[in-house]
Design a binder for this molecule. Structure first.
Ligand code: KIV
Ligand code: ZN
Length: 546
């Protein structure tokens, strides 16, 4: 072969390739700002994944910037960027990852006849030639030590002989990893394992074999594990199984299966710090606004809850009766210290450490101020209250175009509501009044009126959700909003194709305040899209995949 095989994977090891920030972020409404992506990347580095796929630089300015900044900010972890086998894409991706100490370029082209005929409108021969051309280009540009990965999109529905021919040719051209995407989640485990084995037998000596499974039939984790048994040495996964449609294989499920059942896998060594899984899951759920279902394996709220008497009795006698892994091993920790308004900074630091967050300096100071202010309203802060403050802080990196200064509202049963807001837009103060069929509706309308003259658009609410962070009458309310821009709607008020939708969060013991903060935070993200400080997954990435 011409190209060197790249760093590869140690004997007995499986490389964990996290694509939460690329494939995960393609889930509509999961768009993150550059600051939020950096926060997730930091958590992934703590988790010790081997590769972070940070984005698709050719899709948007925001994606390019996010990948570049993550590549600058992280050391000792592979930073991957996706690129089509198409003029401009590979170079844009290379420009974004070249500052990384472990650049990993991920090239892809579709190979199934369905995609070739109907999407790319090209032939098998032409697609193969493009794949080889761009793999050679990447190897030349990146040198012998970088990872050059090639994905045959829709591999599981591709003619096997042709697929193997493509893999052989790209490895000959310098690809160090070849990936077998089950793009539409069509495969079943025995079939996918057999396909993986064919690829391992054909090119497994010269390249790392990677697998990438979608969950349309609920089989993504099963397919991934079956492929590892068949010789795959890289798994492409996302936190919480986030991703388009039914999502991707879930990182926490694959990782905990390898840890819990090592005897089932010839290669099973992973360096993942599983105690960071719960924090990673919380962070991704909070920032994307995608709730984790309570019965989700590993990170769902009920994953370690034993409700029935028989189970509780068994677990009390010996946890092994009903627990195949400990809650501690995935970072689900209770804590003994209590926090109230007389607690000190040190006490709070110790409490956060018990909850799995090592905080110091400015981050600790800021959380201390927030915790003490909250303790003035609530007698005692629960673990959930404190973890919610940590989540909230993770979302505060982006510059604010709109600041909420004050609000007031009058509302009565059956009498409608009228409200007034005072805000600052791009540094200029503005106020507006409006009526609505409830207090939140009236205040959202008032915000719309106040921002539209300066921005040329106002946020349009697509989804609204409120939940209590903990139990009790004085619980904090956490509001999640999903919004689009008004100028991304057609004359009938329907979203234009690929109109971006973003998530905003608000947290307060006053649910109206939480609602306004969530709305303004979504509006700020929409404003950031215009300035390139956020990526627009529904506008950029998916469209660019065509
Ligand atoms: O699902 C898929 O085919 C992909 C490729 C770009 C790897 O995400
Ligand atoms: Zn995918």
């Amino acid at each position: 072969m011409n190209g060197a095989p790249g760093p590869g994977v140690a004997t007995g090891a499986v490389r964990i390739f996290d694509t939460t920030l690329r494939d995960g972020e393609q889930a509509p409404g999961a768009g993150l700002t550059v600051a939020e992506k950096l926060e997730v990347a930091r958590q992934l580095a703590k988790l010790k994944v081997d590769v972070i796929e940070a984005g698709f630089p050719a899709a948007s300015e925001g994606d390019f910037e996010a990948v570049r900044q993550i590549a600058l900010a992280t050391k000792g972890v592979g930073i991957a960027a996706l690129a089509r086998c198409k003029d401009g894409d590979p170079q844009r991706a290379i420009d974004a990852i070249k500052v990384s100490d472990r650049p990993h370029l991920h090239l892809f082209i579709a190979t199934s006849d369905i995609h070739l005929t109907h999407k790319l409108r090209t032939t098998r021969e032409a697609a193969l030639a493009e794949a080889v051309k761009w793999v050679k280009y990447a190897r030349e540009k990146l040198g012998r030590d970088a990872e050059v990965e090639f994905s045959a999109e829709d591999a599981s529905r591709t003619d096997h002989d042709y697929l193997l021919q493509v893999y052989e040719a790209v490895v000959e051209a310098g690809a160090s990893t070849v990936n077998i995407p089950d793009t539409v989640g069509y495969a079943i485990p025995s079939e996918y394992a057999a396909l993986t084995k064919l690829v391992v037998d054909r090119v497994g000596r010269d390249a790392t074999i990677s697998v990438h499974c979608h969950n349309d039939l609920g089989l993504a984790t099963a397919n991934t594990l079956a492929a590892v048994q068949a010789g795959a040495r890289q798994v492409e996964v996302t936190i919480n199984g986030l991703g388009e449609r039914a999502g991707n294989a879930s990182l926490e499920e694959v990782v905990m299966a390898l840890r819990t059942r090592p005897g089932q896998f010839e290669s099973h060594d992973i360096q993942v710090q599983t105690e960071q899984l719960t924090s990673a899951s919380r962070l991704v759920s909070y920032l994307t606004g995608f709730a984790v279902q309570p019965n989700k394996a590993i990170v769902g709220a009920n994953a370690f809850a034993h409700e029935s008497g028989i189970h509780q009795d068994g677990v009390l006698k010996n946890p092994l009766t009903y627990e195949i892994m400990t809650p501690q091993s995935v970072g689900l920790v209770g804590s003994s210290l209590t926090i109230g308004k007389l607690s000190g900074r040190r006490g709070l630091q110790a409490k956060f450490a018990e909850l799995g967050h090592d905080l110091s300096g400015e981050a600790l100071d800021a959380l201390y101020r927030e915790a003490i202010a909250l303790a003035d309203v609530k007698k005692e802060l629960t673990d959930a209250d404190l973890l919610a403050l940590v989540d909230k802080r993770a979302a505060t990196g982006s510059a604010a175009t709109i600041e909420l200064l004050d609000w007031s509202v009058a509302s009565s049963r059956g009498g409608g509501s009228s409200g007034r807001v005072e805000i600052r837009v791009n540094g200029v103060e503005a106020s507006a009044e409006s009526t609505g069929n409830g207090p939140v509706d009236a205040l959202y309308e008032a915000i719309d009126k106040a921002v539209a003259p300066t921005l040329g658009w106002n946020p349009i609410l697509a989804e609204y959700e409120i939940r209590a962070v903990s139990e009790g009458e004085d619980a904090q309310g956490q509001v999640t909003t999903k919004c689009r821009r008004s100028n991304d709607l057609d004359a009938e008020g329907k979203p234009l194709p690929n109109a971006p939708m973003v998530t905003g969060q608000g947290l307060s013991t006053n649910i109206i305040d939480a609602s306004l903060v969530a709305y303004v935070s979504a509006a700020n993200k929409l404003a950031a899209l215009e300035s390139g400080a956020a990526s627009a997954p529904t506008k950029g990435s998916r469209e660019a995949m065509q």
